[in-house]
Design a protein around this ligand. Structure first.
Ligand code: SF4
Ligand code: SF4
Length: 628
């Protein structure tokens, strides 16, 4: 049985080897969650990948929403209809959702409502590493932080109990290392929720955020948080790990707990550890006892000084004169995820033992630099190539390329170097409009299909209304590729694989008032080049939709259909002009002992390099498939 089915059917007491995100998917079933929504974002995406396959069989409503704000509104509706609901997103997604998020907290929850933020310290796949623990204070919501997959599953149950006990949404925060850590997880049972139906009961005082209502809702919220603070002192998820060390007490939470324990073990250190599972509001009575019973307190946490600030405030309020060390006095960094070396270095300075960050075992400085590249056969490469050629042919100078969030952000690297700004989902068009107003330069901006639906549309309306002169290239690869090929509104299937309405980007763009719109196949370089050249001559907003499925989808499809092919270079015709290597840069094309060759295992068979616009000597040709 495959793992996804085991997540659905595993019995209480069974043990599965699960990713943190897979454990969360199982935790949702064990918590009886009936509604789950998301906009895909790493490091939270795997939850959606599991739910899209099991939700129907589990009797759960699941959707990939158009963006995080809509996702949170959907899940809120589930909760106020009496069904346990869950919404999950990456950390920056909570910025998009925050307008509704802040108000849902005032309204409260009826059935349990948990909002998961998957944070990304070190920015493995994000534009920033904001610490979303701060949102729990900003919004006045309880926050729970697991450290490993078992806790990720089990703490969810606690989150739902708290949400229902206090009628409040709960923020559930993971980080990349918790979401993407794999370990053995012991399962609990799944309740039978098959007969449950939602029923919305009108409650104007709670659900209509008119100022007159919100005035008292804020007071109600503050009162709830005071009660939750008292309750947090009794919570089992706040754990004291005693080592009989009255001199040193360390406070930590989440992934930082794992690196701390590694560091203590590696350095043979003895310290009591207070691992906090609910990090807002803090269990102040228990925490005070911990502070009071240790001579020196150390706070180990990634990113902001979220815990340390509160620990210092608690000590001061209670007149405790303690040595408290952390990042506010410079022992630990505010940036990037921790490992045991980072923690050991900080501890060595505080506790006075020798520690040096070990040198890497292999000197890697002599290795050639390998920049991240678009996949072989990626349609975005063909589009970037055509745009670059069109700009050159039009002899345009000082062109500005505002770009956006998606695989195509790789267009910022050589040889294309077409990403002059990149801020946030959908920001390319807004920035392009601004630059069109503040400069006389030509603007060519890029946005992906999923990002277009997510938050690009309002900015196009703004560009049209304000008569911007710019060219927008919509890179429509028929999927949300960067996060793992999730469907978006531009494809005819929904989040659970059922047929659905397929939105037309071209129709939407026209309906917004853009008159100069054309859809092209980027594999057809000539047509793409002509379309972009024409768009660049237009004195208004012009949109070119480069529509061609993601190379990975195409590759899978062609192998399924047995139509997969590959290309090779005719060495007799190749002049070694290097255009295919230096200006097109498909990773399947490489140099071997002075000859240009195509690696058949990497070649995706797109055939774009064989076009005369890439190889003018027609040296690249299709390999005739060998008959079976
Ligand atoms: S056909 Fe050419 S461009 Fe396409 S994947 Fe193969 S080598 Fe790369
Ligand atoms: S573009 Fe054509 S001729 Fe030039 S190096 Fe590549 S295969 Fe050879």
């Amino acid at each position: 049985m495959n793992l996804i089915n085991q997540i659905l059917t595993g019995k209480a007491g069974e043990r599965l080897f699960l990713l943190g995100n897979e454990a969360i998917s199982r935790g949702l079933l064990e918590a009886g969650v009936k509604v789950a929504t998301t906009y895909p974002g790493t490091p939270s995406s795997e939850i959606g990948d599991v739910l899209s396959q099991i939700a129907k069989r589990a009797g759960m409503y699941f959707e990939f929403s158009v963006n995080e704000k809509v996702a949170i509104e959907m899940a809120f509706s589930g909760s106020v209809s009496g069904l346990r609901s869950f919404v999950f997103m990456k950390h920056v997604g909570l910025n998009v959702a925050s307008d509704s998020f802040m108000s849902t907290v005032y309204s409260g929850a009826k059935a349990g409502f948990v909002i998961m933020s998957a944070d990304d310290p070190s920015m493995f796949s994000s534009q920033n590493e904001q610490d979303n623990r701060e949102y729990s204070k900003l919004a006045h919501v309880p926050m729970i932080e697991p450290s490993n997959p078992q806790e990720a599953k089990d703490f969810l149950k606690t989150a739902y109990e708290i949400s229902e006990k206090f009628s409040i949404p709960v923020l559930f925060r993971t980080t990349t290392r918790v979401s993407h850590q794999r370990s053995t997880v012991e399962l609990s049972g799944i309740p039978d929720t098959s007969g449950m139906k939602g029923m919305f009961v009108y409650d104007k005082g709670s659900y209509v955020d008119l100022p007159s209502n919100s005035y008292s809702l804020k007071e109600r919220l503050v009162k709830k948080m005071r009660e939750i603070e008292k309750f947090s002192n009794t919570l089992g998820i706040n754990k004291l790990i005693e080592n009989g060390a009255n001199d040193v007490g360390i406070i930590t939470s989440g992934e930082a707990y794992n690196t701390l324990m590694d560091s203590l073990n590696e350095n043979n250190l003895r310290a009591d550890v207070f691992k906090i599972g609910m990090t807002n509001p803090l269990p102040s009575s228990v925490l005070f006892n911990f502070l009071n019973s240790h001579e020196r307190i150390i706070v180990v946490e990634e990113l902001d000084d979220f815990l340390e600030e509160s620990v210092r405030a608690l000590a001061q309020e209670n007149g405790l004169s303690k040595n408290i060390n952390g990042k506010m006095d410079g022992y630990f960094p505010y940036s990037h995820e921790y490992n045991s070396d980072v923690v050991s270095l900080g501890l060595s300075k505080i506790l006075g033992f020798d520690f040096k960050i070990p040198q890497p075992m292999v000197e890697i400085s002599d290795l050639p630099k390998r920049l991240p590249v678009l996949c072989p056969g990626c349609p975005h490469r063909a589009t970037f190539y055509a745009v670059k050629r069109a700009v050159k042919m039009a002899k345009l100078e000082n062109v500005i390329y505002p770009s956006d969030i998606g695989c195509y952000s790789l267009g910022s690297y050589p040889p294309f170097e077409m990403a002059d700004t990149m801020l946030a989902m959908g920001a390319s068009v807004g920035v392009a409009t601004g630059l069109a107003k503040t400069t006389d330069q030509r603007i060519i901006s890029f946005i992906g299909d999923s990002t277009f639906f997510h938050s690009g549309i309002p900015a196009i309306i703004d560009a049209v209304r304000n008569k911007s002169v710019m060219t927008l290239i919509v890179l429509d690869n028929r999927t949300t590729a960067m996060t793992g090929q999730q469907p978006n509104p531009g494809v005819p299937i929904d989040g659970v694989g059922e047929l659905s309405y397929e939105e037309s980007i071209e129709n939407i763009v026209r309906s917004l008032g853009v008159e100069n719109v054309v859809t092209v196949d980027p594999y057809d370089l000539k047509s793409t080049l002509l379309a972009v050249s024409s768009a660049l001559r237009y004195e208004g907003i012009s949109v070119v939709i480069a529509k061609r499925e993601c190379a990975i989808l195409r590759d899978n499809r062609m192998r399924r259909e047995k139509t997969w092919k590959t290309f090779e270079i005719d060495q007799d015709k190749c002049t070694k002009c290097m255009r295919c290597v230096t200006t097109f840069s498909c990773p399947a094309i490489y140099m071997d002992e002075g000859s240009v060759k195509i690696n058949p295992t990497l070649c995706d068979g797109c055939g774009v390099c064989a076009e005369p616009y890439v190889c003018p000597y027609r040296a690249i040709k299709e390999v005739v498939p060998v008959a079976d």
